[in-house]
Design a protein around this ligand. Structure first.
Ligand code: UT7
Length: 326
C-alpha cells in the first residue's frame, strides 16, 4: 500500500447569478424565508448551452493547472454527478476526451449529494492500492435544469457548479478514515421518479413533473442532521481521532441550519467550518470540492490540518472522510 494526497484543487461556477430577490419574481417566496430557512442568498445557474461536462471541464482544468500537471499525466477520470450530460455515455468520458486524455479510464459515480464523499473514498482506494498513480476526481452538477419549476420548496435550493481535485500517490497518507452508508428503503423522500427503467418518461410524467426533483424536505432535514453527526464520529473513530483533533470541517452545503446543528453537536466553533451556501446554494456533489477549493485558495486549509469532509443526500446516503492536508 502507498499513501494518497491531493496535489491540485479547482472549481468553476456559471456566470449567471440568481439571488433571492430574483426568485421572488417567479415563486411565492421571499428573501427573508429563504435566508432564515436555508442560509442561501444567491446561487449560480448554468445557461441553456452549459451542460454538466462543461462545468466539470472548467473545474478540471483549474485543478490540473494548480497541480502543474498535464491531462495525460492522469490515469483515471471520475465524475460524481446526479445529472450527467446523457444517461450514457458517462460524463467522465466526455471530460477526459475534451481535456486531451482520450484513452484513459473514465467513469461516473452517482450517489446524489454524497457523491464526492463516496468518490474520494473510491479514488483514494484506487491510488492507495497501487491501481492508479493519479486520479482526477470531479463533483459537477446542473440541478437548476432538473428542479420542478412549480415547486417553490425545491426550486429555490439548488445551484450549479463543479469542483475538482487531483489525487496522487504519496509516501505520507492523507486518507485517515472513511464512513459510508445508504438506506434505499424510502427513495420517495428524495428522487427523480421518471426517466429511468421503472418509469420511462411519458406524457403523464411530463404533466405531473415526475421527471423533476421531488423532496420531502422536513424528513430529509432530520435524517441529514443525524447522519452528519454519526458519519463524522465514525470516520474519526476509524482514524483514531476525536472531534477535538479536527481543524477544518467541510460539510455538504444543503442548509445552514443543518450545518449549524452538526457543528453544535461536534462542539466546533464556526471559524473551523467552511460555509459558502450563501453564495452557491446547494450544488449537490459539487458543494464539498467547491468549498475545499475556496478554502485552500484563501488559506483556511493549511498543510498539517486535519479535515473532515461530510455529506448526505438522495439514496438516502451519507458519508464522511477524515483527511490530513499535506
Ligand atoms: O442535498 C440534498 C439533501 N437536501 C437537504 O438536506 C434539504 C433538507 N431540508 C431542508 O433544507 C428544509 O426542509 C427546506 C429548506 C427544504 C424547507 O425548510 P423547512 O423549515 O423544513 O420548511 P417546511 O418544508 O416544513 O415548510 C414550512 C412552510 C410550509 O408552509 P406551511 O405548510 O407551514 O403553511 C411550506 O409550504 O414553508 C413553506 N415553504 C415556503 N415558503 C416560502 C416551502 N418552501 C417555501 C419557499 N418560500 N420557497
Amino acid at each position: 500500500m502507498t499513501g494518497v494526497k491531493i496535489v491540485g484543487v479547482g472549481h468553476y461556477v456559471p456566470e449567471r447569478v440568481i439571488d433571492n430577490f430574483e426568485l421572488e419574481k417567479w415563486f411565492d417566496t421571499s428573501d427573508e424565508w429563504i435566508t432564515t430557512r436555508t442560509g442561501m442568498k444567491r446561487r449560480h445557474w448554468a445557461s441553456e448551452n452549459e451542460a454538466t461536462s462543461d462545468l466539470a471541464l472548467a473545474a478540471a482544468r483549474k485543478a490540473l493547472a494548480d497541480a502543474n500537471l498535464d491531462p495525460t499525466d492522469v490515469d483515471a477520470f471520475i465524475v460524481c454527478t446526479v445529472y450527467p450530460d446523457y444517461l450514457f455515455p458517462a460524463t467522465a468520458c466526455i471530460v477526459a476526451s475534451k481535456l486531451g486524455a482520450p484513452n484513459k479510464a473514465a467513469f461516473d459515480m452517482e450517489i446524489a449529494c454524497s457523491g464526492f464523499i463516496y468518490g474520494l473514498t473510491v479514488a483514494s482506494s484506487l491510488v492507495r492500492s497501487g491501481v492508479y498513480k493519479r486520479i482526477l476526481l470531479i463533483g459537477a452538477e446542473t440541478l437548476s435544469k432538473l428542479v420542478n419549476p412549480e415547486d417553490r420548496g425545491t426550486a429555490i435550493l439548488f445551484g450549479d457548479g463543479a469542483g475538482a481535485v487531483v489525487l496522487e500517490a504519496s509516501e505520507e497518507d492523507s486518507f485517515l478514515g472513511s464512513e459510508l452508508g445508504a438506506d434505499g428503503s424510502k427513495p420517495q423522500l428524495l428522487l427523480v421518479e421518471a426517466g429511468g427503467s421503472r418509469h420511462p418518461i411519458d406524457e403523464l410524467a411530463l404533466e405531473e413533473k415526475t421527471d423533476r426533483i421531488h423532496m420531502e424536505g422536513r424528513e430529509v432535514f432530520k435524517f441529514a442532521v443525524t447522519k452528519m453527526i454519526e458519519a463524522t464520529d465514525s470516520a474519526l473513530a476509524k482514524a483514531n481521532l476525536t472531534k477535538a483533533d479536527v481543524d477544518v470541517l467541510i460539510p455538504h452545503q444543503a442548509n445552514k441550519r443543518i450545518i449549524d446543528a452538526a457543528m453544535k453537536y461536534l462542539e466546533m466553533p464556526s471559524d473551523k467550518c467552511v460555509i459558502n451556501i450563501e453564495e452557491y446554494g446547494n450544488t449537490s456533489a459539487a458543494s464539498i470540492p467547491i468549498a475545499l477549493s475556496e478554502a485552500v485558495g484563501d488559506g483556511r486549509v493549511k498543510p498539517g490540518d486535519t479535515i473532515v469532509f461530510v455529506g448526505f443526500g438522495g439514496g438516502l446516503s451519507w458519508g464522511a472522510v477524515a483527511w490530513k492536508w499535506q
